[in-house]
Structure formats: C-alpha cells, structure tokens
Design a binder for this molecule. Sequence first.
Ligand SMILES: [Zn+2]
Length: 109
Amino acid sequence: MTVRMRATRSHTGNRRSHHGLIAPRLSTCADCGEMHIRHHICNNCGKYRGRTIIDMAAQIEKKEKKAKAKRAALGASPGREEKSEQKEEDTTLKEVSKRPLDATDLSKK
Ligand SMILES: [Zn+2]
C-alpha cells in the first residue's frame, strides 16, 4: 500500500482548526446568585428560570437516609468492626464538607 498524499502543514492546520476548547457559557442564578451553565438548572438550588425542578432539600434527606442505611449495613457485618468504625469517621467528615448544601442553609437564602 502506498501513501496517498503527504499531509502538509496547511492540511494539519486546517484539521486542527476545529480542535479548540470552548469555555462553558455561565450565568448567575436569579434565585441564589450561584453560577450555572446557561440553559441548565442551577446545581445549588435546583431551579430553572424560577421554577423548582429538583427539590434539593428532599435530595439531601434522601442522601442522608442512604448513608445511614449504608453505615447500619457496615455495622451489622461481622468480623470487620474496626474497619467499619474507620469508615464511619470518613462519612462524617464528608458530611461536614458538604455543609454548604444543607437544608437549613438553603432556607436562609
Ligand atoms: Zn440557584
């Protein structure tokens, strides 16, 4: 098989002219003032153009319930008491770091 044609600098440049990255278009949320992708719901309050799409308080409750169930399951499993205790500490640390999305904080805003 023969090489059909040499890819010139011009050809390479033309091909690569479409490889540029575009920064996402961001706008501020009218309800909470947080930045969000344009024409997308706000990740902070779950609203789109004033309408509530996702009930973020309910989502947080759901996540906490799931985490509790997971911890209970880990605690119930036999033979791994020490390891499960360490994991519990990790989850509590994560909950503290997720503080800004707390239901009480949302109601304040
Ligand atoms: Zn928002």
